[in-house]
Design a protein around this ligand. Structure first.
Ligand SMILES: NC(=O)c1ccc[n+]([C@@H]2O[C@H](COP(=O)([O-])OP(=O)(O)OC[C@H]3O[C@@H](n4cnc5c(N)ncnc54)[C@H](OP(=O)(O)O)[C@@H]3O)[C@@H](O)[C@H]2O)c1
Length: 335
C-alpha cells in the first residue's frame, strides 16, 4: 500500500511559451483512508491542451491552477485500499485529481469504469470527454447531416481522430489535416478519411478545394489560426463551424481570421462550446460509442509516455505543431 505520492505542481505562471521550469515535483505523505474514503493508485493520466489555459492567471471557464498545488485533470486509477463498499479494492475509477501517483479521496467523488469494455486509458480518450467533445461538436453544435462534407483540423489528435470517425459513422465525407506524413497516413489508412493532408505543405485552402471542390458544409475547428481562415473560405452558404479549440494561439495568441466577413454573405454559423456543459449527454454518447468500439467501427489510438516525471514535457510538446502524439496523449504509471 503506497504511503507516499509523487505529484506535479505548477511552480510559476508562464509568459507565452511554457518551459519545464514552470513545473515542480513534490512527494507528499498519504493519510489512511477514513470511512467512506478510498486510496487510489493512478494507472494513467490525461495530458490536455486546456491545461495550458489553466496555467495562466485569471478567470476562464475553469479556474486557474494554483501555484504550488498539484495539476488537476483527468486520471484513471485502481482502488488499493477501500473503506467504501461501492468501490472495493481492485475497482478502476475515474477522477479529476490529476497529476499525482496516488491519493486518498471520498468514494463519492469518483466514478467506477468498466474495464471489461475497454482498457482503463480509453476512458480518458474515446470513451471519455475526448469522445464526447467530438460527438457533441459534430452532432449538436454543427448538426451534421448524412451526406455532408466535414473538415476536421487537428485530425490526428485525440478529439480530432474521434471527430473524423464519428463524422464517417454519421454519413459524412471527411477531410482532415495534420502536421506530418505519418499523421496523414494514419488519417488516410487507419481512419479512412476521404481526403487527408499536411497543413504545413502548401496552402490549406488549396487542399480543401482539392478534397471538396463543391465546398464544405461543416468545419470542426481544433486549431483556429490559418486553418480557420482556409475553412471560412471553403465553407458553403449556411455552413457551420463548431469552435472546439484554438491551439494555434494557446501559447501566443494569433489574430482572428482576416476573412470573418465571409460569415455574413455566406450566412455561416460559428458556435463555440465547452464539453463540461454536456456531461449529461455522456450516457447517450456511450450508448453509441461502446457498441461501435466493440464492433471495430470506432478505433482508438493512444500515445504514451511513461512515469509522472514525463508529464510536463508531454504537455509542452502537445502545444506545438508537429507534436509527437497520434491520438490521445496519456501518461502511463506502473500498476
Ligand atoms: N471545447 C471543448 O470542450 C474541448 C474539449 C477538449 C479539447 N478541446 C480542444 O480540442 C483541441 C484538440 O484537443 P486534444 O485533447 O484532442 O489534443 P490533441 O489534438 O491530441 O493534441 C494537440 C494537437 O494540436 C496540434 N497543434 C499544436 N499546435 C498547433 C498549431 N500551432 N497549429 C495547428 N495544430 C497544432 C498538434 O497536432 P499536429 O502535430 O498535427 O499539428 C497536436 O497533436 C484543442 O484545441 C483543445 O483545446 C476542446
Amino acid at each position: 500500500m503506497p504511503t507516499k505520492s509523487l505529484e506535479v505542481r505548477l511552480a510559476s505562471r508562464p509568459q507565452g511559451e511554457p518551459t519545464l521550469d514552470n513545473f515542480s515535483f513534490a512527494t507528499v505523505d498519504l493519510p489512511d483512508p477514513e470511512p467512506g474514503e478510498v486510496l487510489v493508485r493512478n494507472v494513467c493520466i490525461s495530458v490536455d491542451p486546456y491545461m495550458r489555459g489553466r496555467m495562466n492567471e485569471g478567470k476562464s471557464y475553469v479556474p486557474p491552477f494554483q501555484i504550488g498545488q498539484a495539476m488537476e485533470g483527468g486520471a484513471i486509477g485502481k482502488v488499493v485500499v477501500s473503506r467504501n463498499e461501492k468501490l472495493p479494492a481492485g475497482t478502476f475509477v475515474q477522477s479529476i485529481y490529476g497529476w499525482r501517483e496516488a491519493y486518498v479521496a471520498p468514494a463519492a467523488s469518483l466514478k467506477a469504469v468498466d474495464t471489461s469494455v475497454a482498457p482503463p486509458s480509453a476512458y480518458l480518450g474515446i470513451l471519455g470527454v475526448t469522445g464526447l467533445t467530438a460527438w457533441v461538436g459534430l452532432l449538436q453544435i454543427a448538426r451534421l447531416k448524412h451526406g455532408e462534407t466535414v473538415f476536421v483540423s487537428g485530425g490526428a489528435g485525440a478529439v480530432g481522430s474521434a471527430a473524423c470517425q464519428i463524422a464517417k459513422m454519421h454519413g459524412g465525407k471527411v477531410l482532415a489535416s495534420a502536421s506530418s506524413e505519418p499523421k496523414v497516413a494514419f488519417l488516410r489508412d487507419e481512419l479512412k478519411v476521404d481526403y487527408a493532408f499536411n497543413y504545413r505543405d502548401g496552402d490549406p485552402l488549396d487542399h480543401l478545394k482539392k478534397g471538396a471542390p463543391d465546398g464544405i458544409h461543416i468545419y470542426f475547428d481544433n486549431t483556429g489560426g490559418p486553418q480557420l481562415e482556409a475553412a471560412l473560405a471553403a465553407l458553403r452558404s449556411y455552413g457551420r463551424v463548431a469552435l472546439c479549440g484554438g491551439i494555434a494561439g494557446y501559447n501566443t495568441p494569433v489574430p482572428g481570421p482576416r476573412n470573418l466577413m465571409l460569415a455574413i454573405g455566406k450566412r455561416l454559423r460559428l458556435e463555440g462550446f465547452i464539453v463540461s456543459d454536456h456531461v449529461g449527454e455522456m450516457p447517450a454518447f456511450l450508448a453509441e460509442a461502446i457498441p461501435a468500439l466493440k464492433s471495430g467501427k470506432l478505433t482508438h489510438r493512444e500515445s504514451f509516455v511513461d512515469g509522472l516525471e514525463a508529464a510536463p514535457a508531454a504537455l509542452l510538446d502537445l502545444l506545438h505543431s508537429g507534436a509527437a502524439n497520434i491520438g490521445k496523449m496519456i501518461v502511463r504509471l506502473p500498476e
